[in-house]
Design a protein. Structure first.
Length: 197
C-alpha cells in the first residue's frame, strides 16, 4: 500500500487541530503530524539554508546583532508588498518541500501536514490528498474569537475563508465544521470512509 500523506488546510480557528486529534485517536503511533510553521522555524535558524537565502537576497536589514533572523520584521516587510512575498515564497518553497520530503521518506507510517493552504505544484508530488477544513458557523466563530486571538474580525475571517475555499484547486475533500464535537466526529467517520482508511 502506498504511503498516505494528507495535507490538512484551513485558517486559524477552522478546526484543523480538532480534525488532527480525530486522526491521532484513530491511528496513534502510526501517525506523525507536521506543522509547516514549525518547519519554517527550522529554516529560519541561524546558519540554516533559509537564513542564508533570506540574508543574501534581502540583505542584513532583517538580521539581529547576534546574526539571527528578525522574523517579525521580515514578515511586516514582505506582507506589505505582494511582490516581496512572492520572492520570499520562491526562496523558501523548495527548501520547505525538501524538508517535508525527507520526513515522508524517513517515517514509515501515515503523515499529516498542517498549513493554511497547499497552493504550489510541488505539493502534488508529496500529498496523497488535501482536506480543507471550513468553519461554517459565524456565530460560534464570534464566541471563539473571545477565547482565542483571531488575526482578523469574524466577518473578515469568513470572507478570507470563502476565498480560500473557492480558490483551492488542489483540495480533494472539504470538511465543513460548525465547531460541534459530535458533528466533527461524524464528519471524520464519513471522511475516513471516503478516503478508505
Amino acid at each position: 500500500m502506498a504511503k498516505l500523506v494528507f495535507g490538512i488546510a484551513g485558517l486559524s480557528g477552522s478546526g484543523k487541530s480538532n480534525l488532527i486529534d480525530c486522526f491521532s485517536k484513530k491511528f496513534g503511533g502510526d501517525l506523525k503530524v507536521v506543522k509547516l510553521e514549525d518547519l519554517m522555524s527550522e529554516l529560519f535558524k541561524f546558519g540554516g539554508e533559509g537564513h542564508r537565502q533570506i540574508s543574501n537576497y534581502f540583505g542584513g536589514d532583517f538580521l539581529r546583532k547576534s546574526g539571527e533572523l528578525n522574523v517579525n520584521k521580515l514578515w511586516k516587510f514582505v506582507y506589505s508588498d505582494h511582490h516581496k512575498l512572492r520572492i520570499l515564497d520562491f526562496l523558501l518553497e523548495p527548501l520547505m518541500l525538501n524538508l517535508v520530503q525527507q520526513l515522508v521518506d524517513s517515517f514509515p507510517g501515515m503523515l499529516i501536514i498542517e498549513n493554511i493552504n497547499f497552493k504550489i505544484d510541488g505539493w502534488k508530488k508529496i500529498l496523497t490528498k488535501v482536506i480543507l477544513v471550513v468553519n461554517t458557523d459565524e456565530k460560534k466563530l464570534v464566541n471563539l474569537s473571545s477565547k482565542v486571538s483571531l488575526p482578523v474580525s469574524p466577518e473578515k475571517y469568513m470572507d478570507v475563508q470563502s476565498r480560500l475555499y473557492s480558490n483551492t484547486e488542489s483540495t480533494e475533500y472539504y470538511l465543513f465544521n460548525n465547531l460541534d464535537p459530535g458533528q466533527l466526529e461524524n464528519s471524520f467517520i464519513e471522511l475516513c470512509s471516503a478516503l478508505s482508511i
